[in-house]
Ligand binder design. Sequence first.
Ligand SMILES: N[C@@H](CCC(=O)N[C@@H](CS)C(=O)NCC(=O)O)C(=O)O
Length: 124
Amino acid sequence: MTLIRWILGIIILSLDFLTRPKSMKRDPNTQNKINEITKNMSLYQYKACPFCVKVRRKLRKYSLNIELKDAKNNNTNKNDLKTLGGKLKVPCLRIENNKSDIQWLYESKDIINFLENKLQLTNN
Ligand SMILES: N[C@@H](CCC(=O)N[C@@H](CS)C(=O)NCC(=O)O)C(=O)O
């Protein structure tokens, strides 16, 4: 089972690498504004999880600088996701609106929709 999972992981990562989208280019001003918004976000994820790959491809496509947190091998990240986020499931986007308002957004589709709406990405 572990071997099959490992092989699937390699296939997913290879396909992702071979077909990854180009990063969009923005004028520096607009990119800085977007960076300012995304600096308070981080993505809890596993390297070879297909749902995480789907979200990471969007981050690349839209040139979003969002910190990636490995929730598989890093125990602090894993515990944070489980205890603060509510469940050990990836991908999960942590959005820190302010110190006392932190949102943990699960589901790849919801994460992508949130980013596209928040950053008006489809219009850029
Ligand atoms: N519908 C979810 C599926 C996410 C999912 O199944 N993630 C797996 C890793 S590939 C996971 O976190 N499994 C752990 C668990 O469900 O406890 C999405 O699109 O984000």
